[in-house]
Design a protein. Structure first.
Ligand code: PLP
Length: 456
């Protein structure tokens, strides 16, 4: 055997050994997952991960391996553990699908689990869709979006968000979810880290895991008014950290960050050269002072927006990203690969919808939130009144309360709400969505109160 053959044999052997060890590790992770489930523990355990991270960093120092590579390798392993442990995890979507299945069997369900306005999009959207047909807008188009729509969006954002936005800064995509997917998939690499402030919409984590990116969570609490700790964020940042996610007004808490805190977070991101992915999908549903991250003029800020909530166009699947041209250029390549372009009639409908007044929508959601707030107060639920968005995130302070078990039980009584567990380590919480007729909301809250009595 030549030297090179010998070394290759050694590499093969090490690789195969590593795979056997990976299999063994995954089996142990699965068993831990089962024990966590049996004991009502969360899959996610930042402290435990930190402990192992320190050991890995220490070992890298001892053996002379690049620490950043060591931690990236660890991130891969941690994500594999999370994947096997979260398999079959219930979220608001699981409850939604279960509720839909019950409806098919003829059961009446009050839907307070999904974030979907209960009102129709403006009639302008209906006429725009047929106009688009008449105009022959039924062909392939540029992946970035229709030039007319991008121009209109640039003007709209400049006026609305206090920053000079040009069409080259806009990418039209099929909904905010896809924009988040594009940003995470194109700007980050496997082993990189992304900071997510919880409770959070689960797609940030899911997109990251899909891209092999490690999520580092910053937990916030009702007691601390859902304010993230700046020092905790700073301590979490390391050489692998590449992105920080913000979502204000927040799903599920309805929180809007105090201006100063938001500015401090952006400053921190600038200091460490991190991307800031700011999901501002609920900006039209803001009941207190709110400022877009766009106004910070940070070149690494990516703002995701959508027509889903503001214009009640959830099923039409259209949203957009606002970012520096260099970022848009990267994201559009993956969009072109995946979908070619957003359907032209839908883009045309969005163009027309942009001219409509959304104030009635804001008023409607605000009034519904008030209904929820009033009845939740009477019921003694623990929560902070939302500054925006479309939800109430409440803690049920009762012995033995488990959000997951409760939401399933409540569904049997004809009301669907989302378990807090889907948004992070918040088992004692439920998210109640304000997207129903007010009388239905009142009825839903009454049933919720009755089912809760079993816990007293
Ligand atoms: N971002 C947040 C915070 C959401 O809550 C949702 C939907 O519930 C989305 C994005 C997805 O929106 P879209 O319908 O535009 O994909």
């Amino acid at each position: 055997m030549t030297d090179i053959d010998q070394l290759r044999a050694k590499i093969d052997d090490i690789t195969l050994q590593m795979l056997k060890l990976l299999k063994e590790r995954t089996e142990a992770a699965k068993q831990i997952g089962q024990l966590k489930k049996n004991n009502g523990l969360s899959v996610f355990d930042e402290k435990r991960e930190d402990q192992l991270r320190s050991e890995v960093t220490e070992l890298c120092k001892q053996i002379g391996l690049d620490e950043s590579i060591g931690r990236k390798f660890l991130n891969f392993l941690l994500n594999e553990s999370i994947k096997v442990q979260t398999d079959g995890k219930q979220t608001h979507l699981t409850i939604f699908l279960k509720a839909k299945a019950l409806e098919q069997q003829g059961k009446k369900i009050i839907h307070m689990e999904v974030g979907e306005p209960d009102f129709m999009p403006s009639p302008v959207v209906k006429s725009a869709l047929s106009e688009a047909y008449d105009k022959g807008l039924v062909r392939y188009g540029p992946a970035l979006g229709m030039p007319k729509l991008r121009e209109a969006l640039a003007q709209y954002c400049t006026k609305k968000f206090g920053s000079d936005v040009k069409p080259e800064n806009i990418l039209v995509s099929p909904g905010g979810r896809f924009s988040v997917f594009l940003a995470v998939s194109t700007l980050l690499n496997p082993g990189d880290e992304i900071i997510v402030i919880e409770p959070a919409w689960p797609a940030y984590r899911d997109c990251a895991i899909h891209a092999g990116v490690k999520v580092r969570t910053i937990s916030t609490s009702l007691e601390n008014n859902w304010d993230p700790s700046i020092s905790e964020i700073e301590q979490t940042i390391n050489s692998n950290t590449k992105m920080l996610v913000l979502n204000y007004p927040n799903n599920p808490t309805g929180k809007v960050l105090p201006q100063k805190l938001q500015d401090q977070i952006i400053d921190l991101a600038k200091k460490h050269d991190l991307y800031v992915l700011s999901d501002e999908i609920y900006s039209e549903y803001t009941f207190s002072e709110w400022k877009s991250v766009l106004a910070s003029n940070y070149s690494k800020a990516i703002i995701t927006q959508s027509f889903s909530k503001s214009h009640a166009m959830t099923g039409l699947r259209i949203g957009y990203t606002i970012a520096d041209k260099s970022i848009i250029d990267k994201m559009v390549k993956l969009q072109a690969l995946c979908i070619t372009n957003v359907a032209e009639p839908i883009q045309y409908a969005a163009l027309k919808a942009l001219e409509t007044d959304t104030v009635p929508n804001t008023k409607s959601i605000k009034s519904k939130i008030n209904v929820l707030v009033e009845s939740a107060k009477k019921m003694g639920l623990e929560f902070n009144a939302p500054d925006g968005a479309m939800y109430l995130f409440a803690r049920i302070n009762k012995p033995g309360f488990d959000g997951l078990e409760f939401t399933n039980k409540l569904l049997d009584h004809g009301v669907a709400v989302a378990p807090g567990d889907g948004f992070g380590n918040y088992r004692g919480f439920i998210r109640i969505s304000a997207c129903q007729d007010e009388n239905k909301l009142k009825e839903g809250m009454m049933i919720l109160d009755e089912v809760l009595r079993d816990y007293r």
